[in-house]
Write a protein that binds this ligand. Structure first.
Ligand SMILES: *[C@@H]1O[C@H](CO)[C@@H](O)[C@H](O)[C@H]1NC(C)=O
Ligand SMILES: *[C@@H]1O[C@H](CO)[C@@H](O)[C@H](O)[C@H]1NC(C)=O
Ligand SMILES: *[C@@H]1O[C@H](CO)[C@@H](O)[C@H](O)[C@H]1NC(C)=O
Ligand SMILES: *[C@@H]1O[C@H](CO)[C@@H](O)[C@H](O)[C@H]1NC(C)=O
Ligand SMILES: *[C@@H]1O[C@H](CO)[C@@H](O)[C@H](O)[C@H]1NC(C)=O
Ligand SMILES: *[C@@H]1O[C@H](CO)[C@@H](O)[C@H](O)[C@H]1NC(C)=O
Ligand SMILES: *[C@@H]1O[C@H](CO)[C@@H](O)[C@H](O)[C@H]1NC(C)=O
Ligand SMILES: *[C@@H]1O[C@H](CO)[C@@H](O)[C@H](O)[C@H]1NC(C)=O
Length: 648
């Protein structure tokens, strides 16, 4: 395979379009109707709902024709950052994902973040994307909304309507951080620079304070010319000049009184379209703004589905053809290798380097790939490859329910149906555990002799000591003939009597939903309230004391995380488990009630493991059992946070 696929993918990289989401549909839920093209496997014409819930699966790809190494000698050398994965939420869908307003938070979201926090200690979430670029902070919107698209001015192929939002969006974010340890990235609108609209600088400083990790200065400025936001000669020096103008403006217009904003900026956020990061470094950008740049960042998707999603007239990509390209270690390497020079450069400048926005494919992802077990395995391999390559973090992008890759895609039905948790959320959960909360972990992509691209193996070290081993098996063979056995040894160390193993499992790479991580799942479509379901199942593998090896089997397909020491197998070195139950609800009235245990524990902004209960009425008839998904109302009474669940 090698060469032809590499060429195919690099072509996609070059043509890769900026991340674009279908923006019109949010709120009014325009259904995504699958195209009738022969290239589209949904063309049976039966499914007309939102893309995120399209049940159509692809066929599992054929097995490799040549024999592959299935016994992997994993020899670790006994010598050698915490919350690596975050989420990027398109600004225009934050009211679907985070909540309606600052007092009506989506409980499933809290739970999903709490799961990660428990393992990694904290979570970073970026609110932004194309829609940040023309977002306008307004005093109020109709019906108390926090977000509204102004469809009056929509033009261009990106179909990105300007967004109006209120300060309550930032209060919503701040209130979420009181429940779970989420820290935020926001973006500064960058289409208009004379002067910049700096309202978000002041508001985020006032409202988010220390929960603001960084402010993105422009989103993919290397696409500005293509999309008509700048003239044809716009290049890295122009971006540098604007960055300088921006700092001058916020330093003098009072929007950055605390001086925080001008020290937490993120640039250059390139998609390597019109110019490369190297060309930006060559302008002296990082040295000139050494005191202003908290992070260097890029954005990249391995492919795009713009032709189908936006009917651009381009060639529609057949997901069945693309599928095998995601089921090999070459896939993440093809994206990440291009940045090795940049991550090395960032280290010399002492700046963390982020993959600020990514996913399986831009323009909504691919049916059958982005929403299947394939994406979960690919996501783990991708993130481990980035960690190995000296990235400091990566954020998977969520764009609403009209895309295939949501993590999770709530709908207007989430008030009686539950959420659908996508495969990349499982990747994030597994990675949070693989990296742990020590902030000391280092990842090594193990160079095993004769290993194929179907079975990448990584070692995770803490303070130079190997702690965990991650093994991915991309092959799909229910006969067991392509299961792999990783034979783990550590030179100069006595192996333990047994090791603990957690599996990420599904029956086939094309499975949609109901994957399990250590036996627990978030179910199929509309089945999750954000808490893992089922009993945790951690396997023990007895080691061979004579050979000093521990042999761990990994099914085809599947992924195993092996915990080499006891201290690293305790799930969640992060913080105690926090969950937000959605079983209690108020049907119609916002009667404020408080669970005494919430009152007892809420002051530190951290709730213990209990329900956020309310003394509420059961749901009205006709809504059904699934009426249990709630939004949490956060009210303030006598200075104490009250939890109260309501069915919207
Ligand atoms: C949030 O929305 C709920 C339900 O519409 C409403 O009762 C509440 O007052 C709103 N909160 C704010 C701060 O606007
Ligand atoms: C919506 O956009 C139009 C055209 O750009 C503008 O004139 C109008 O003021 C905007 N409305 C709001 C509420 O922002
Ligand atoms: C939540 O947001 C509201 C603003 O609507 C604010 O008054 C309240 O203090 C916030 N609660 C927390 C816990 O931050
Ligand atoms: C890699 O980085 C070095 C040092 O910064 C630079 O001189 C060189 O041009 C870069 N190579 C590429 C291919 O960008
Ligand atoms: C990551 O950084 C380290 C230290 O600078 C370097 O030795 C290593 O080669 C880098 N890894 C990759 C894959 O570039
Ligand atoms: C959600 O929106 C779709 C499309 O507008 C509509 O058909 C459906 O009835 C809505 N569902 C609910 C529960 O409001
Ligand atoms: C890891 O880093 C985060 C953020 O810098 C910090 O809050 C946390 O305490 C650190 N954890 C450990 C175990 O040092
Ligand atoms: C939350 O927002 C949605 C969409 O705007 C709306 O349908 C729903 O009624 C709101 N919930 C409450 C409790 O106001």
């Amino acid at each position: 395979m090698g060469r032809s696929i590499f060429l195919a993918l690099s072509l996609l990289f070059r043509l890769g379009h900026a991340a674009i989401t279908v923006y019109h549909a949010q709120g009014d839920q325009a259904a995504f109707t699958t195209s009738a093209s022969g290239a589209d496997p949904t063309s049976t014409g039966t499914y007309t709902g939102p893309a995120a819930y399209n049940p159509t699966s692809l066929s599992a790809p054929p097995l490799p024709s040549a024999s592959v190494l299935t016994t992997l000698p994993v020899q670790l050398q006994n010598s050698a950052k915490g919350s690596f994965i975050g989420f990027s939420i398109e600004m225009s869908v934050t009211n679907q994902v985070l909540g309606n307003n600052s007092t009506l938070i989506q409980v499933p979201f809290l739970n999903l973040m709490a799961n990660i926090q428990q393992r990694a200690g904290s979570v970073m979430v970026r609110v932004g994307g194309n829609t940040q670029e023309s977002a306008v902070l307004v005093d109020t919107l109709d019906n108390g909304r926090i977000l509204e698209k102004n469809l009056t001015g929509v033009t261009g192929t990106t179909q990105t309507p300007p967004l109006d939002y209120t300060r309550d969006l930032l209060y919503l974010m701040r209130n979420i951080s009181s429940f779970v340890n989420v820290h935020w990235f926001l973006g500064v609108p960058w289409f208009v620079t004379t002067p910049f609209d700096t309202a978000i600088v002041r508001a985020s400083d006032e409202i988010l304070g220390d929960y603001l990790l960084g402010l993105q200065a422009g989103n993919e400025p290397d696409f500005y010319t293509l999309h008509g936001h700048r003239g044809g000669t716009y290049g890295p020096n122009d971006y540098l000049g604007e960055f300088s103008d921006f700092i001058n403006q916020i330093s003098s217009d009072g929007s950055d009184d605390t001086g925080r904003a001008r020290t937490v900026l993120i640039g250059p956020n390139l998609a390597s379209f019109a110019w490369t990061p190297q060309e930006q470094w060559d302008t002296g950008f990082v040295d000139q703004f050494a005191d202003n740049l908290a992070f260097l960042a890029v954005e990249k998707y391995p492919a795009d589905n713009c032709a189908l999603m936006f009917n651009t007239g381009g060639e529609i990509v057949d997901p069945q053809t693309e599928l095998p390209k995601y089921l090999t270690h070459q896939a993440p390497k093809n994206i990440v290798t291009r940045y090795l020079n940049d991550t090395a450069y960032a280290q010399t400048k002492n700046k963390p380097f982020l993959m600020f926005e990514t996913n399986t494919a831009s323009c909504g992802g691919f049916l059958g790939i982005s929403d299947s077990f394939t994406a979960a395995l690919w996501g783990i391999d991708y993130v481990l490859t980035m960690a190995h390559s000296n990235f400091s973090g990566a954020m998977f992008h969520l764009g609403g329910q009209n895309v295939f890759y949501n993590v999770p895609p709530p709908t207007n039905e989430s008030s009686f149906h539950q959420w659908t948790v996508g495969p990349l959320y499982y990747s994030a959960l597994v990675m949070a555990e693989a990296m742990g909360a020590s902030n000391q972990s280092q990842v090594l992509d193990l160079p095993i002799d004769g290993i194929s691209d179907y079975t990448p193996v990584y070692a995770i070290y803490e303070n130079g000591v190997p702690k965990r081993v991650a093994i991915i098996n991309y092959m799909d063979d229910s006969t067991g003939a392509h299961d792999v056995e990783a034979v783990i040894s550590i030179s100069g160390t006595t192996m333990p009597g047994e090791v603990k193993v957690k599996y990420l499992a599904a029956t086939t790479v094309v499975q949609k939903g109901s994957y399990t991580w250590a036996g627990q799942t978030f179910g199929y479509h509309y089945e999750s309230d954000g808490r893992p379901m089922g009993d945790e199942d951690i396997k023990s593998v007895v080691c061979d004391s004579a050979a000093q090896t521990c042999t761990v089997k990994v099914p085809a397909p599947g992924m195993a995380l092996v915990f080499l020491t006891d201290d690293s197998s305790t799930e969640g070195a992060g913080v105690p488990s926090v969950t937000f139950a959605t079983t209690a609800r108020t049907k119609t009235r916002n009667t404020v009630t408080a669970d005494p245990s919430v009152l007892a524990t809420s002051n530190g902004g951290r709730l213990s493991d209990h329900e956020l209960a309310g003394t509420s009425k059961p749901p009205n008839g006709g809504v059904g059992l699934r009426a249990s998904v709630g939004l949490v109302f956060v009210g303030v009474l006598s200075g104490v946070v009250l939890g109260l669940l309501g069915r919207a």
